[in-house]
Design a protein around this ligand. Structure first.
Ligand code: FES
Length: 102
């Protein structure tokens, strides 16, 4: 059974920011979109770059290497050169702490 793990105080990731973390060896990107938190694997499906180094635009993250775009909520690929979605990571807030399921 998967468990929830505290990874970051909620106040450390205000709206409009993203935070890269390593959780049990998995590189995770935590995003605060308007007060709602989302988690994604921090790895572009095109050639593996860190999406956490990219820019956010609307509800998308833009890969810094070749410009592929992904939906921050769902991990769905929005534009090439990537053609595969990225995995989402379950995230919640409990008692002021951001938690990731692993
Ligand atoms: S590594 Fe992300 S678009 Fe190429």
């Amino acid at each position: 059974m998967k468990e929830w793990m505290d990874v970051l105080p909620e106040v450390a990731c205000p709206p409009g920011t993203l935070k890269p973390l390593i959780v049990d060896g998995l590189e995770v990107l935590i995003v605060n979109l308007g007060g709602v938190f989302y988690g994604l694997e921090d790895c572009c499906s095109h050639d593996g770059d860190h999406l956490s180094d990219g820019d956010m635009e609307g509800g998308a993250i833009i890969c810094p290497r070749h410009g592929a775009r992904f939906d921050l909520k769902t991990g769905a690929v929005l534009s090439p050169p990537a053609y595969e979605d990225i995995n989402v990571v379950p995230v919640r807030v409990s008692h002021g702490m951001i938690q990731v399921q692993h």
